[in-house]
Design a protein around this ligand. Structure first.
Ligand code: BGC
Length: 311
């Protein structure tokens, strides 16, 4: 850890911090905290994307809205990012039968309107989708309506909501939340978060930085798309007992481990509620633990990214 002094340049703008190591870390100071010669402690191991103390303090004062779009429900809540938890009840509206971007955007607008009085006009809303998201566009929509493929989803939501939106893959949002506030918050190495649900989602976080869109549910293993064999949905659809399902999970996680050698696996998705029935049976080098934020993780991660982009 390095004790260091920020010299802020102009009000609300960037100060540059020199850590006790050799790296320079720029800090964004919100107006409330802006003052020169403020002393903070900066951990040299942290990367530039990690939230600075100043950013966290900024997040503390204002809840951000996260919305999680799933196959059966669209859920939203206001999140207090100083603790990583909801400050409002979660609102859930069923996903429209034909879940096109336009129809889903209408539902999302209802959720945003229900708490608009608690949002600042210029703050973005974070939204998850079970799809690859790059530069605001969605691709590879394995378990949602195919009309999302290639759609400029960020622009569609922004126009409908009259508010900036940050779109993120559902597993990436959940993984980031687990890394910041949940099962992996004390792990500073390589964390792999795997969600077992309708499909398999994956998030890779290295020293707090998300490497997005890893899509490891679609690894081909033994000639199969992995999620077709090892998702919670595969267990239900094939009516597998845990003793039949566990070897599939073992094959999947061993393969991931051979490729990535993470320091920690975190397993999310609804089935993680019964994690005691399968996680202790898996034999891996890295520890494997259940997610702790459960079905709040996507919303919290989405709100977190919205706040980060607002700073
Ligand atoms: C999708 C991913 C998604 C995962 C979990 C997969 O089928 O390709 O983008 O994260 O399901 O919803």
């Amino acid at each position: 850890m390095g004790q260091t002094r920020i010299q802020s340049t102009q009000p609300g703008q960037i100060g540059v911090v020199r850590c006790s190591g050799s790296e320079f870390v720029p800090l964004f100071l919100p107006p409330a905290l802006e003052s020169s010669n403020r002393c903070v402690r900066v951990c040299p191991r942290r990367t530039l994307d990690d939230p600075s103390l100043a950013t966290l303090a900024y997040m503390t004062n204002q809840p951000f809205l996260g919305i999680d779009i799933g196959g059966s429900g669209i859920k939203g809540a206001l999140v207090d990012l100083s603790v990583g938890d909801f400050v409002s009840d979660r609102l859930r509206i069923p996903t429209p039968a034909k879940s096109t971007p336009a129809k889903v955007a209408q539902v999302v607008a209802r959720i945003v309107n229900s708490c608009a009085d608690q949002l600042r006009p210029n703050d973005p809303v974070g939204i998850t989708l079970p799809a690859v998201v790059t530069h605001g566009r969605t691709y590879l929509a394995a378990n949602i309506d195919k009309s999302w493929v290639g759609a400029d989803s960020e622009a569609i939501f922004t126009e409908k909501l009259k508010r900036r939106t940050i779109i993120v893959n559902d597993a990436d949002a959940a993984g980031l939340a687990e890394a910041r506030y949940g099962a992996a918050k004390d792990c500073d190495g390589l964390v792999m978060v795997i969600t077992l649900g309708t499909g398999i989602g994956s998030a890779l976080i290295y020293r707090g930085v998300l490497i997005p869109n890893t899509e490891l549910g679609h690894l081909e293993i033994d000639g199969f798309d992995a999620e077709k064999r090892a998702s919670a949905n595969a267990k239900t659809e094939e009516d597998l007992s845990y003793s039949e399902y566990i070897p599939r999970l073992q094959r999947y996680f061993s393969h991931l481990e051979e490729l990535f050698w993470p320091d920690l696996f975190v397993v999310g998705g609804g089935i993680s509620r019964s994690s005691n029935k399968f996680l202790p049976k898996l034999r891996l080098h890295a520890p494997i633990v259940p997610a702790v934020l459960r079905n709040r993780a996507g919303i919290i991660g989405a709100a977190y990214l919205a706040a980060e982009s607002a700073k």
